[in-house]
Design a protein around this ligand. Structure first.
Ligand code: ARG
Ligand code: ZN
Length: 859
């Protein structure tokens, strides 16, 4: 095989042919499934005489053009076949055989725990049949599935047409999807499941059947998913005026799934992780995750399916917008502040690092080697931030007018990000031309701030400067249009000014008159733009903002800045051979947070949670790994000691709250468990951890206790881990939590225990959830061992990636991220990491997925 090649946005060409309708016929068989695809093809470009079809890992049986078998007109090439035909319209019939049982990549048609299922986005349909596997070819589908009766449910997109029995204990089902769709939205499922049924009446009065299919014995764990689906349908009607369009909506949960879920028209496929939940086995976070992913996939029905992407460079058209929608859904249903904090953490820890690393790309990438590598935090989460900025600039009403125009213009089409922005712009008469740089320029802008206060004139002048560091993709860095949501506060904590500034130049000034004393400025309220603010607030000012900023997110932001700056100051001390120092002002501020009764307990929990290692890494250059670990731990230990009494009081107060329900109970648990985490540091409080573990009647509380025992290496840890393992050995999703704790285990001998874990009866390299839990948590959340100076952590990850390269390259490519971000580390570690990357690079059969990341990071 030749070296993988990049494809470029600038080379986009509309298709020569299109497929208006396709009839698919599946004879399911584990190793030899027969697929007959009968496509109605139409020529779009007069001079086109070759139909170039995509195909991968298929065995071709026969090709017919209008019922005539053709052989010498068919040319096989890498990545597909070419068929010579000089006709304006014809029927093309292709027969192929595929091997779902041995499809460990989990792309195309594969077998998950005995059930057949599919994953076609982005380019998996070509692993089912030869096709025009590109999103700008929209076809209606009629699908016939034939299988043994031992697979009672035979499902595909759209509406069921008929079903019946056949000889030899076989049966069939026929489906029709009337909405033209690209091949990536095709889905098929065959298996035996438990089925939860319900229905929904749309606002115009149509009845929709709702079905959630889960593994046998798990029916009770499907309730929350069903409730979430109904909430999603209602929310989309209320907030976006969008109604569901088919008579049936199906969700199937499968164990083997590379990602979270997939929005196939009328037949969503989900990772079990985002469907199955009950109080005993799922945490509050899991419940929220399910609600949000169910929402996300449902919202795709309009933003993704009814209006889809012209080409894969436009992925953010549907993903950025749909993440924005699912974030709004969660915020409208739960706490807006807590949701916003979670979204910002993802940006600051993962997305900023992506911008600073070798895979940096704009939300609309310009070149791609392996499309699966671009389902990134940049396309998804930064994409959502870009939509959110438009929302900030237009307001809710203007934004909704833009959405309405977008659907009016483009329903049933495959379009571009430019089309979306044009609708927003035209509906509001708003000039987004500079704003569009967010689509083409990668990188995290850095905003610097200067202030000048004039006593006599009582005026305050704010000067902002923006600069975006060079990124690995080399995209241009012209000034961005940055909405700066800001507030001026006086010394008493009163709000003087709130405003959204349009910051469009490299350097820009604003003057505010009638300001009686030097104010304190709060910038990027609600994280109004995905930028870094480079400004050293004094501790006093941060405490002031923590107490008085009228935006809750800004208060949290101030608390983080306060804690981070204290930790980073200690990193500096440690690097000079000095010891860490404690800051009384910090403890006072946190003490008062902990004692405030009026605040939402979930918000207090956020304010008390220490910044993650990953977010601190982003503020430290180069990253002094050992110092950072020590200084962060020092913060945790000292906070626990300084606030022992208050933590204990608050913990017990939370414990007493036994008759809360819903969001209040969740918030109470969040605060209780944050307190427990600190109390676990104190020798005389460790009893509380064990007690909570033993008495917990829900997974949130038992896992929090176990997490505390694990993080602080309590002597009871081992015993609790064994107890948990025995209790949950047969529940894979819960074992994932156990594997995650093992991956994060700070114990000095942890790496030695890894071989046994890889051999554990509940572990399987072929299952992405297991791999992400054990290996992902190690590589991303165990800095002490992953970054060990003898290189053993890097070597261990690489050994695994080599195995995964053969089994499931897409999963391997997702896990490699921390290794390719070596640029941020010290010289010694850089060398060690690069040596491992070179080891990967020299593999004779390195998959495209890893090839792209390895070669970019070594370039
Ligand atoms: N569209 C799916 C979702 O957001 C994700 C599909 C991921 N596919 C992939 N090949 N990485 O919700
Ligand atoms: Zn999506």
């Amino acid at each position: 095989m030749s070296q993988p090649q990049a494809r470029y946005l600038k080379d986009y060409q509309s298709p020569d042919f299109t497929i208006n309708h396709v009839d698919l016929d599946f004879q399911l068989d584990p190793n030899k499934t027969r697929v007959v695809a009968k496509s109605q093809i139409k020529r779009l470009r007069k001079d086109a005489k070759v139909v170039k079809l995509d195909g991968e890992d298929l065995s071709l049986v026969s090709v017919f053009v209008n019922e005539n078998e053709v052989t010498h007109q068919v040319i096989t090439r890498e990545g597909g076949i070419d068929i010579n035909v000089d006709l304006d319209e014809f029927e093309l019939t292709i027969v192929t055989h595929i091997d779902p049982q041995n499809n460990s990549k989990l792309e195309g048609l594969y077998v998950s725990d005995g059930a057949y299922c599919t994953q076609c986005e982005a380019e998996g349909f070509r692993r089912i049949t030869y096709f025009l596997d590109r999103p700008d070819v929209l076809s209606t589908y009629r699908v016939r599935i034939e299988a043994p009766q031992s697979f009672p449910y035979l499902l595909s997109n759209g509406n069921p047409l008929e079903q019946g029995s056949l000889d030899n204990d076989r049966h069939y089902a026929l489906w029709h999807d009337p909405y033209p769709k690209p091949s990536y939205l095709f889905a098929l499922v065959a298996g035996d499941f438990d089925l939860l049924q319900d229905e929904y009446q749309t606002k115009s009065g149509r009845k929709v059947d709702l079905q959630v299919f889960v593994d046998k014995g798990n029916l009770h764990k499907a309730e929350h998913a069903m409730t979430s689906l109904k909430k999603s349908m209602q929310w989309d009607e209320q907030r976006f005026n969008l109604e569901y369009d088919l008579d049936i909506y199906m969700i199937v949960a499968v164990d083997f799934f590379n990602m979270g879920a997939m929005e196939n028209k009328g037949l969503n496929l989900f990772n079990t992780k985002y469907v199955l939940a009950d109080k005993a086995s799922a945490t509050d976070n899991d419940f929220d995750g399910i609600e949000s992913v169910i929402g996300h996939e449902y919202f795709h029905n309009w933003t993704g399916n009814r209006v889809t992407c012209r080409d894969w460079f436009q992925l953010s058209l549907k993903e950025g917008l749909t993440v924005f929608r699912d974030q709004e859904f969660s915020s409208d249903l739960g706490s807006r502040t807590v949701n916003r904090i979670a979204a910002v953490k993802a940006m600051r820890t993962v997305q900023f690092a992506e911008d600073a690393g070798p895979m940096a790309h704009p939300i609309r990438p310009e070149s791609v080697i392996e499309m699966n590598n671009f389902y990134t935090v940049t396309v998804y989460n930064k994409g959502a931030e870009v939509i959110r900025m438009m929302h900030t600039l237009l307001g809710e009403a203007g934004f909704q007018q833009g959405m309405a125009l977008y659907f009016e213009r483009h329903d049933g089409q495959a379009v571009t990000c430019d089309d979306f922005v044009a609708a927003m712009s035209d509906a509001n008469n708003f000039d987004f031309s500079q704003f569009k740089r967010w689509y083409s320029q990668a990188g995290t802008p850095i905003v610097r701030l200067q202030e000048a206060y004039d006593d006599k004139r009582q005026s305050y002048r704010l000067t902002l400067e923006q600069a975006t560091p060079y990124t690995a993709d080399g995209s241009a860095k012209l000034p961005f249009h940055i909405p700066v949501d800001m507030e001026l506060l006086d010394r008493q904590g009163n709000s003087l000014v709130t405003e959204v500034l349009n910051f469009t130049q490299e350097k820009q000034q604003w003057t505010f008159e009638g300001i009686a004393e030097k104010p304190i400025v709060s910038l990027f309220r609600e994280f109004s733009a995905p930028v870094k603010l480079d400004y050293q607030y004094s501790q006093d000012d941060l405490v002031h903002l923590l107490k008085h900023a009228s935006n809750e997110f800004s208060r949290w932001d101030a608390s983080q800045a306060l804690v981070s700056s204290s930790i980073l100051a200690n990193v500096k001390r440690l690097s000079k051979g000095e010891s860490c120092q404690s800051s009384p002002q910090l403890w006072e501020a946190l003490q008062s947070v902990l004692q405030t009764q009026a605040l939402d307990p979930a918000f207090i929990a956020e304010l008390m949670t220490p910044p993650t290692f990953a977010s601190l890494m982003d503020e430290c250059e180069p990253v002094l790994v050992d110092e950072l670990i020590t200084a962060r731990q020092y913060h945790i230990d000292t906070l626990a000691k300084q606030l022992a009494t208050e933590l204990d009081e608050r913990y017990h107060a939370c414990l007493q709250q036994t008759n809360l329900s819903g969001g209040e109970a969740v918030a109470n648990r969040a605060l209780k468990n944050t307190c427990l985490y600190y109390l676990g540091v104190l020798t005389d409080k460790q009893e509380l951890v064990v007690n909570q573990y033993q008495q917990a009647d829900n997974m949130t509380d038992s896992l929090a206790a176990l997490h505390t025992a694990n993080e602080h290496q309590l002597h009871q840890r081992q015993q609790l881990m064994i107890d948990f393992e025995q209790k949950w050995l047969q529940t894979p999703l819960v074992m994932d939590k156990w594997f995650t704790l093992q991956g994060k285990n700070p114990n000095k001998d942890m790496l030695a225990s890894f071989d046994a874990l890889l051999e554990h009866s509940a572990f399987a390299l072929a299952n992405p959830n297991r791999v992400y839990s054990l290996i992902g948590s190690f590589a991303n959340a165990n800095p002490k061992h992953f970054h060990k100076l003898d290189g053993s952590g890097y070597r261990f990850l690489t050994d695994l990636l080599i195995k995964l390269n053969d089994v499931n390259p897409q999963v391997a490519a997702r896990l490699i991220t921390p290794l390719i971000q070596w640029q941020r580390l010290d010289e010694t570690r850089q060398q060690l990491m690069k040596a491992e990357l070179k080891r990967l690079q020299s593999l004779p059969n390195l998959a495209k997925d890893l090839f792209e990341k390895v070669s970019k990071s070594l370039a």
